[in-house]
Design a protein around this ligand. Structure first.
Ligand SMILES: Cc1cc2nc3c(=O)[nH]c(=O)nc-3n(C[C@H](O)[C@H](O)[C@H](O)COP(=O)(O)O)c2cc1C
Length: 214
């Protein structure tokens, strides 16, 4: 993975965008896991995602980037400077340009609205623009949609994004690892995302490994 930032104490940045689909816990846990793995994490949270976070978790995260950095750093145990947050229309943020954006971006969870905007290149906010940059620069883009059932529109957008090189990784946890808690189910998806990013983890045993050997 190429470095896009100068001398940082952390491993290369990964962009994580949370949008307004159900499943805020997946995105929040992903941030924790990336921080734990030593990566710098660049975060964007849509307006609808803030509402979902307040609905689905005990967290109510502030909207202003500086305060959001503090809140996310506290909940994930990040070191100073390890998390950066960008506002909805911060067009000067590094993620808005191919020359500044990290080599990987994950939209987790991904609403069908953002899925549609990314598939059609809308770029109406910084999350959509950052995803557009990832596609045009042929960087790694992972989308974690959550909706059920899917309409033909959703499926067509997922197919076109897959054909453009993005990875569609639906928030559809398996059960063969015998989850005992919601956290286990969340970790199943986060582990799949980390596998895609090539980041080592011990969240869930890999296929063929027994839980006992973990
Ligand atoms: C509590 C809550 C749950 C939602 N769940 C979903 C969902 O699972 N999938 C989805 O695509 N949209 C869901 N929505 C609707 C999106 O938040 C809405 O379409 C929004 O415009 C998406 O904006 P964004 O893509 O900028 O975050 C939900 C909204 C709320 C408030």
């Amino acid at each position: 993975m190429a470095r896009t930032e100068g001398s940082s104490a952390f491993l290369p940045p990964v962009t994580v965008a949370l949008t307004g689909a159900s499943g805020a816990q997946y995105g929040l846990r992903l941030i924790e896991a990336l921080v734990g793995a030593g990566h710098e994490v660049w975060v964007m949270i849509s307006k609808a995602a803030h509402l979902v976070i307040a609905t689905e978790t005990d967290d109510e995260l502030p909207a202003r980037p500086a305060r959001l950095v503090e809140a996310l750093s506290q909940r994930s145990g990040a070191a100073p400077g390890q998390i950066r947050c960008f506002a909805r229309e911060d067009w000067m943020a590094p993620v808005a340009s191919g020359s500044g954006a990290p080599s990987s971006m994950v939209i987790c969870p991904c609403s069908t609205g953002t899925l549609s905007a990314v598939a059609t290149g809308a770029s109406n906010n910084l999350i959509e623009r950052a995803a557009d940059v990832a596609l045009k620069e042929r960087r790694q883009l992972i989308l974690v949609p959550r909706e059920t059932p899917f309409s033909a529109i959703h499926l067509e957008h997922m197919l076109s994004l897959t054909r453009m090189g993005a990875v569609i990784l639906p928030a559809a946890p398996g059960f063969y690892h015998r989850p005992e808690s919601i956290e286990d189910m969340v970790d199943f998806i986060v582990a799949r995302i980390l596998n895609q990013l090539g980041i080592a983890h011990r969240l869930v045993p890999r296929w063929g490994e027994s839980a006992a050997s973990d």
